[in-house]
Ligand binder design. Structure first.
Ligand SMILES: Nc1ncnc2c1ncn2[C@@H]1O[C@H](COP(=O)(O)OP(=O)(O)OP(=O)(O)O)[C@@H](O)[C@H]1O
Length: 216
């Protein structure tokens, strides 16, 4: 599903991380902790082919991302990936429901029932027709999560998805991610500073400048 081999990233002369190895199989849920600035978001972006590592290899669904062109990487992402970004990247001129429906439309699917279910999973059932400007930060974050889940991707990459949420809503959102893993055999990489969020994962790793260290 996802394999990282000797992954390294540097900006000019400044190393971010090196020696990152990981193998993630379907149905596995891992949490990634690490100090601010250690490169967790950069690593997630490398996993998605949105950033290019300086060394090493990323294999997604058995394909070496470096061997694909940009269109090939985009196709792979569209089909197999759900990504919750730290900055939600919600489209401002589309309603909540239309934002969440986007991954399905890009795959040529029209499934309002799936959209309703994804919104209900994150507790936004009443807000489908609102525009993003009419939502709170935590509600926007949940739109981003519903959008990442709606097409039932094989791999979920979530960057601090519970960061802006109160404990009850955070637990509900983590539950939505976890059920995607358990019921649909997705794999999930969760970047978080929250121990409560990390507790939903099967394994917890800490990203250090010299690779991933297993904490559990
Ligand atoms: N375009 C860039 N040029 C130079 N350095 C960069 C660039 N983008 C990120 N960095 C640096 O790379 C490092 C990793 O950033 P990243 O956002 O991946 O960290 P993070 O672990 O996700 O941090 P946080 O927990 O605060 O979100 C940081 O030290 C950051 O300053």
């Amino acid at each position: 599903m996802l394999r990282l081999v000797g992954l390294a990233k540097r900006y000019g002369d400044t190393p971010v991380f090196e020696g990152v190895d990981l193998e993630l199989r379907p149905g596995r849920f891992i949490a990634l902790l690490g100090e601010s600035g250690v490169g967790k978001s950069t690593l997630l972006n490398c996993m998605a082919g949105l950033d290019t590592p300086t060394a090493g290899r990323v294999e997604l669904m058995g394909q070496d991302l470096a061997a694909l062109d940009e269109a090939g990487r985009a196709r792979l992402r569209r089909t197999h990936l759900g990504f919750v970004f730290q900055a939600f990247h919600v489209l401002p001129h589309l309603s909540v429901a239309d934002n969440v429906a986007l991954p399905l439309l890009l795959l040529g699917r029209n499934d309002p029932q799936r959209v309703r279910q994804a919104l209900a999973d994150v507790g936004l059932e009443g807000l489908a027709e609102r525009l993003p400007a009419q939502l709170s930060g935590g509600q926007l974050q949940r739109v981003a999560i519903a959008r990442a889940l709606v097409h039932r991707p094989a791999l979920l990459l979530a960057d601090e998805p519970s960061g802006n949420l109160d404990p009850d809503t955070a637990a509900r959102v983590m539950q939505a991610l976890a059920s995607q893993v358990r019921e649909h055999q997705a794999a999930c990489v969760l970047v978080t500073h929250s121990q409560a969020a990390a507790a939903h994962a099967d394994r917890v790793f800490k990203l250090t400048p010299h690779g991933l260290r297993s904490l559990t």
